[in-house]
Design a protein around this ligand. Structure first.
Ligand SMILES: Cc1ncc(COP(=O)(O)O)c(C=O)c1O
Length: 375
């Protein structure tokens, strides 16, 4: 048949570019909130041994309930946040990206709506599209704080079956107080029969005194808290995200997951890394301190900075943020153009990388100023 569109894509996918930050070969990559510290030799050798062991039975499908890993994750959450969880309250998939997609496949779907509040994580509309769920974005306050009145209005109007709330928020770094999470859970339960997903991808980087939503799990049947090993555990390449929730919510995800979705290699690597939680979290301490120093430096340089509980900082505001981004890239430092107009986001790297970032930013802005005055 001629004259028809080829390939026969779903209407809403036509002309859509695949999501992804540029993967450029630069000396200093501070654009996707990775952990700059590679696993230590001890972690590498433990993962290698666990993978070698798993390889001896690769002719068989893996444990589809990933029993050992669930136990390890529950124990880790107990240690990190004091959460008292059974393995049946834990679920995992290939990155929290896949966890979130499964949540929408199970609790969203055609005729249903998922809500988030902008600025928010840019993948949420994509998960919604892929799960054929309507996506609605409410607004945060101008200082990026959560606006409960606006949230109540949006929930009342759209009756979403899922609300996605990152805490700390990406790209702003803003964490949610317990009061907001509890109110949203009550609102969703009463007004929409829906669930509240607190996306805690960056939770381990939170400042002292900032709570985790895990503490609220015993109080709300519709609360889901997602986490990832990509950030604090420095394991982005292994692809392991997980969540904690009531057992009936975890069970629902078993219906939509693909058979044996977590490979034996993934399960073995993640379980091995969990055995080194203490060492890996030691680096988180360093990154938090580096984050706080970066915030202070940016403020001292006269920039606006969003307070951050994450391993990145949103700063601005620039008349031409693309030019500043390019100026940094020209000096070998890759950061991210994201968030509201005028803002840029930098991930926290090692002390040396942050020195390179600061030097490059000063340089790029001085050169830009020279250009303007020379005109
Ligand atoms: C807020 C937030 N949630 C989830 C993710 C996904 O992480 P992963 O799929 O690596 O677990 C990211 C990644 O940057 C993120 O920023």
């Amino acid at each position: 048949m001629s004259g028809q569109d080829w390939p026969p894509l779903r209407e809403e996918l036509r002309g859509v570019e695949p999501y992804g930050a540029p993967q450029l070969p630069v000396p200093v990559a501070l654009n996707v909130n990775e952990n700059p510290y590679p696993p230590s030799a001890a972690v590498v050798s433990d993962i290698a041994a666990a993978v070698a062991e798993a390889a001896t039975t690769l002719n068989r499908y893996p444990d589809r309930e990933f029993t050992e890993l669930r136990k390890g994750l529950a124990a880790y959450l107990a240690q990190e946040s004091g959460a008292d969880l059974t393995p049946e309250q834990v679920w995992a998939a290939n990155g929290s990206n896949e966890v979130m997609l499964q949540i929408l496949q199970a609790f969203g779907g055609p005729g249903r709506t998922v809500v988030s509040f902008a600025p928010t994580y840019s993948m949420y509309p994509e998960y919604a599209r892929d799960a054929m769920t309507t996506y609605v974005a409410g607004r945060r306050h101008d200082d990026f704080a959560f606006d409960l009145e606006e949230a109540a209005r949006v929930v009342e109007q759209h009756r979403p079956s899922v609300v996605l709330l990152p805490s700390p928020n990406n790209p702003t770094g803003t964490a949610l107080p317990h009061g907001v999470i509890s109110e949203m859970c009550a609102l969703l339960d009463e007004r929409a029969n829906g669930i509240v997903v607190i996306d805690e991808a960056y939770a381990e980087f939170r400042r002292a005194g900032t709570p985790s939503a895990l503490e609220l799990l015993p109080h709300h049947r519709n609360l889901v808290v997602t986490r990832t090993m990509s950030k604090a555990f420095a394991l982005a390449g292994a692809r392991l995200g997980y969540l904690a929730a009531a057992p009936e919510l975890c069970d629902a995800l078993r219906v939509v997951r693909l058979p044996y979705h977590l490979s034996a290699i993934t399960q073995a690597s993640a379980s091995a890394a969990l055995r080194h939680a203490e060492e890996l979290l030691g680096k988180v301490e360093e990154l938090r301190a580096e984050r706080d120093r970066t915030v202070e430096w940016l403020l001292a340089e006269g920039h606006q900075v969003a307070p951050s509980d994450a391993n990145f900082v949103l700063f601005g505001r620039f008349d031409d943020r693309e030019a500043v981004w390019q100026g940094l890239l020209d000096r070998g430092v890759l950061i991210r153009v994201t968030g509201p107009d005028g803002w840029l986001r930098v991930s926290i790297g090692t002390a040396e990388e942050m020195t390179a970032f600061k030097d490059a930013l000063r340089d790029a802005l001085r050169d830009a100023l020279r250009e303007v005055t020379a005109r």
